[in-house]
Design a protein around this ligand. Structure first.
Ligand code: ALA
Length: 466
């Protein structure tokens, strides 16, 4: 395929407009969705109408028109009901929809051995594990260096409350992959110690695109270590089989998988449910309350106090129907095909440095790419993102809510990062203190080859301006 593609190289870049004109996309980029143009026309007409190349899919994704329409019809034809009322027709109907949506989630993630509680999103789910996990002084929370702040801060908060230890599992600075040997050593050391171990683990990184080998990690850490898995960046891009991966707990957001904003889910392996505390509570989570006693209700209701986002759940259910029709395998292949092409071209642009694995050969990379133009100390990422936006390309720039990981990937010594953070905590500010970041382009199944091509050409042009 590579050789074939080389025939279409013109002025240093693969001549995508010619390939498209000759309808050779599927032949030259195996794995691409053959129906991509009709998907865009039916479900994402705004891309063409507004002339946007949307590559900020790591931050949030776009919702298909089919899902929006279905939700609109649902709202038009249904009266609202609450999850607390039992006998009104509206409440019954709303609760049926809610159960149906949960059922769809359970099937989608192969999570029949899990309880599912709705949350506000992945950050909310990280906070849930941090408030409900029965951490004690003799326990340890392990956090990988590639975690999002929602995983780091919540873990630190929970550990601080009881005086438990925190440990970091290092990543390799060249490609951002997790150091599995060090993880194994760390867990071995802890096995002689009294106390539980909880590992906060991201499935797919929002900075480097590294996809962690969760199943292998489960084997390494053994059954005695609890794993909380952050699915924010993987769920919309690849099939996720929770039962196979073997996580004890997991969190996900609907809006990163083409669904509505403001709703997510928290998965709890049924065996692990009894240990979880009721520190987030309220109406609906109980069977009986007296002035001095509380009889909590059964899971998952005991994890879902208050009036829930029943409409969000319905909409998410419609999204899951849509994704099931598309097929997550096909979505993953498409992401890969476009991502491979984009990465190859990006690497050819002078002075562009891409972080994370340099290719897709090990099957542990997603189509999300953080990069810098020139030395990271230039801190030009904001300007690059603005210039891309002016050319119609949406990306995210900054430190992606993963400061320790970004610092390591760009090559800032850990001591320098600690010193900067310490100074900032003391109120010192200024350009010197600010952590340098990067620009990030993240693909989704609705991006086509031209999107990637336009972004590559724009980045090339911009690179010459610095
Ligand atoms: N964590 C999200 C991102 O990486 C918001 O953009």
């Amino acid at each position: 395929m590579v050789d074939e593609l080389e025939k279409y190289r013109k002025g240093g870049f693969v001549d995508v407009p010619r390939i498209v004109k000759d309808s050779l996309e599927s032949e030259l980029f195996p794995g691409m969705l053959p129906e991509i143009e009709s998907i865009r026309e039916t479900d994402f007409p705004l891309f063409t109408k507004l002339g946007r190349v949307y590559l900020d899919n790591g931050a949030t994704t776009q919702e298909p028109q089919t899902v929006k329409d279905r939700m609109y019809e649902y709202r038009k034809s249904h009266m609202r009901g609450s999850n607390h009322s039992k006998n009104s027709s509206e409440a019954k109907e709303a609760q049926e929809m809610w159960e149906e949506s949960k059922d769809k989630l359970s099937k989608f993630f192969n999570a029949e051995n899990y309880y599912i509680a709705y949350t506000g999103g992945t950050t909310d789910a990280s906070n849930w594990i941090a408030t409900r996990f029965p951490l004690e002084k003799q326990d340890t929370v392990l956090i990988t260096e590639m975690e999002h702040h929602s995983q780091i801060l919540t873990a630190r908060n929970m550990a601080k409350k009881v005086g438990a230890d925190i440990g970091y599992v290092p990543v390799y600075k060249n490609d951002g992959r997790l150091d599995l040997d060090k993880l194994e050593r760390r867990v071995d050391e802890l096995s002689g110690k009294k106390g539980k171990v909880l590992l906060n683990l991201v499935h797919a990184s929002n900075v480097s695109g590294v996809v962690n080998p969760v199943k292998k990690i489960r084997e390494i850490v053994g059954d005695d270590c609890y794993i909380y898995l952050d699915l924010a960046q993987s769920a919309g891009h690849m099939p996720v089989d929770l039962d196979y991966l073997g996580a004890d707990f997991a969190g996900v957001s609907a809006h990163k998988m083409y669904g509505p904003m403001g709703i997510g889910a928290f998965f709890i392996k049924k065996d692990c449910e009894p240990m979880l505390k009721n520190d987030v509570s309220g109406g609906g989570a109980v069977d009986l309350v007296s002035k001095h006693f509380t009889a909590y209700t059964k899971p998952p209701a005991r994890f879902e106090p208050g009036t829930q986002d029943l409409e969000g759940a319905a909409e998410w259910g419609f999204t899951l129907d849509y994704l099931n029709r598309m097929g997550m395998d096909k979505i993953a292949s498409h992401d890969h095909a476009i991502g491979k092409y984009f990465l190859g071209e990006l690497q050819k642009i002078d002075r562009v440095r891409v972080y994370g694995p340099a290719d897709f050969s090990r099957g542990d990379r997603s189509a999300l790419f953080a990069f810098n133009i020139g030395n990271f100390l230039l801190k030009n990422y904001g300007e690059v993102a603005q210039k891309l936006d002016k050319r119609g390309v949406s990306v995210r720039d900054g430190c992606f809510c993963a400061h320790p990981y970004v610092a390591k990937l760009i090559g800032l010594p850990s001591i320098a990062h600690e010193a900067r953070t310490g100074l900032m905590k003391l109120g010192v500010s200024g350009e010197m203190i600010k952590l340098p970041g990067a620009v990030r382009a993240a693909f989704a199944y609705y991006n086509n080859l031209e999107d990637a091509y336009k972004a590559v050409r724009a980045i090339d042009e911009i690179s010459k301006e610095f």
